[in-house]
Design a protein around this ligand. Structure first.
Ligand code: HEM
Length: 485
């Protein structure tokens, strides 16, 4: 693993790249499991859908979380429901948190998502023209900040013209970063930290923050936690405990016994709710810029469903009025949904799950798996298995999700596509993410349109090869788009 990290320029998370090189590349059939040795810990990568089906369904009652991810990512996400064992306490907390995402609340949140997106585009992005009248945005970075504003507004009742800035320190230099970027950066650092030689060799050291890099990561997360603590104090001071949002729910419910427990859940929402949706949005926009055919098709489909979209005399505000939770659900020709699915497939925002394990010795796909053995759902590999997705698995083709085109692609196992994981630990934010995406992408396409084109890449290499862009990679690429107005 250390050799792989030093030798290759693999953009994604080394666990995925190394597993592919060592166990999958050149093999006619992908094995259901492959093994990685991380220090003295054995980790099973789950590469095939048949094994996932057993883990989620037939043997689901034995599948639970393994604590390794908490040791690695807990510094960012805290000790929240994300890494908790599937016990009664987790069940109770998950139920309470899920109520913040019920459909009756989602309707109001869709209105908030529209408002935040509109304000960001009109009051921020469109005002960033340089002296030549050109707007260049790193769409990955901007999507992270936009989704953070959405999460802050929908779940924490915050209202902003500008995204809040938090104190951060990198290589000894103090700076301030917008909260969305700060969360993104902290997750990158936590993913990269794992691949320091001393932590690969002695995994038991992961819980100690010994190097300057480690201490800065912890300090940066501390600044975000302080920000949340400030929101809690403000909410208590103004006695607005019943604001009908996640923060109110957490403050009222006895399951969240301390401020520490509340801050942990909030940090998880900051992370799970922003970095993920942001990458699906920015990756889609990049694929549209790369392939004119897709952009034409999507604009055409949106125009059929929302007349204001294609009417040049109608504004982005009018498009906003036309898009409601109901109208988004009732879209007849939903090419946007196909684009969403394909973005989640080709470069899944979460390339692999947190660490899981079986609570008894269990046989899966004919392999005897020992109680407590660490395993990861290899979501990226599941989305690229050639027998499931065909030889075009590396190409962005939304039509592969269209039932009308089913005969053109191999028949695939339902567990070949698990961007939100599955079973009892399936993502609780999947509908919210889809609604956010379905509002953000059309609004951006409406705001930036010159002759039917959204923009062009500053880096012309991206027309041939887009860099990887997902939440689990140690270094996020710069995705500069020159937008057309
Ligand atoms: C495209 C967007 C998203 C993707 C691809 C995604 C993906 C995932 C995945 C793969 C997991 C399982 C992680 C694991 O194995 O530990 C997960 C869990 C989770 N997600 Fe998401 N997610 C997205 C959006 C969101 C949003 C918007 C929220 C909140 C608003 C959210 C909140 C959570 C939470 C709280 C969990 C933990 C659930 C539990 O273990 O009980 N996610 N998500």
């Amino acid at each position: 693993m250390l050799d792989f990290v030093e030798r290759t320029k693999y953009e994604g998370n080394p666990l995925i790249g190394y597993n592919y090189e060592a166990h999958i590349k050149g093999k006619a059939t992908v094995p259901p499991f492959s093994t990685l040795l991380i220090g003295s810990d054995l980790c099973l990568m789950v590469n095939r859908p048949e094994a996932i089906e057993e883990l989620f369904i037939t043997k689901g009652k034995y599948y639970d979380k393994h604590p390794a991810s908490l040791h690695i990512i807990g510094v960012v996400a805290g000790d929240s429901i994300l890494f908790a064992r599937s016990d009664m306490q987790w069940q109770q907390k998950r139920k309470v948190i899920s109520s913040a995402l019920y459909k009756d609340r989602l309707r109001g949140m869709a209105e908030t998502i529209k408002k935040v997106t509109l304000t960001t585009i009109k009051e921020d992005w469109l005002k960033r023209k340089d002296s030549n009248g050109i707007i260049t945005l790193d769409i990955g970075r901007e999507s992270a900040n936009l989704n953070m504003k959405i999460v802050l507004s929908c779940f924490f009742g915050q209202d902003f013209d500008q995204i809040p800035l938090v104190d951060q320190v990198f290589d000894g230099i103090k700076t301030k970063l917008p909260l969305g970027e700060a969360v993104h950066k902290a997750f990158e650092m936590a993913n990269e930290r794992e691949f320091q030689a001393h932590l690969i060799l002695f995994t038991e050291l992961q819980q100690y923050y010994l190097t300057q890099y480690d201490r800065e990561l912890r300090e940066n997360c501390g600044a975000m936690r302080n920000y949340i603590q400030g929101m809690i104090a403000e909410r208590r001071k103004t006695a607005m405990v019943d604001n009908n949002d996640l923060l109110s729910i957490l403050l009222k419910d006895a399951a969240f016994e301390s401020d520490l427990a509340i801050v942990d859940e909030c940090m998880t929402f900051f992370l799970a709710g922003t970095v993920t949706t942001a990458t699906s949005v920015s990756n889609t926009l990049c694929y549209l810029v790369q392939q004119k055919r897709l952009e034409d098709k999507l604009r055409d489909s949106l125009g059929k469903n929302f007349p204001t979209f294609s009417n040049k005399h109608q504004t982005i505000d009018e498009l906003g009025k036309e898009m409601t939770l109901e109208s988004l659900e009732l879209i007849a020709d939903d090419y946007l949904k196909l684009c969403f699915n394909e973005a989640l497939r080709i470069d899944p925002p979460v390339h692999f799950s947190s660490t899981g394990m079986l609570t008894e010795d269990v046989e899966i796909c004919g392999f005897k798996i020992k109680n407590g053995e660490m395993m990861l759902q290899n979501i990226h590999q599941l989305h690229h298995n050639v027998d499931q997705w065909g030889p075009t698995h590396d190409q962005y083709i939304p039509e592969r999700f269209d039932p009308e085109h089913a005969s053109e692609y191999p028949k695939r196992h339902p567990m070949s596509f698990i961007p939100f994981s599955g079973g009892k630990r399936v993502c609780i934010g999947k509908t919210f993410a889809e609604v956010s995406y379905k509002i953000i992408v059309p609004m951006i396409l409406k705001a930036f349109n010159q002759g039917g084109r959204l923009g062009e890449f500053e880096n012309k290499d991206f027309y041939q090869n887009l860099p990887m862009n997902n939440a689990t990679q140690p270094k996020r690429p710069v995705l500069n788009l020159i937008l057309k107005i």
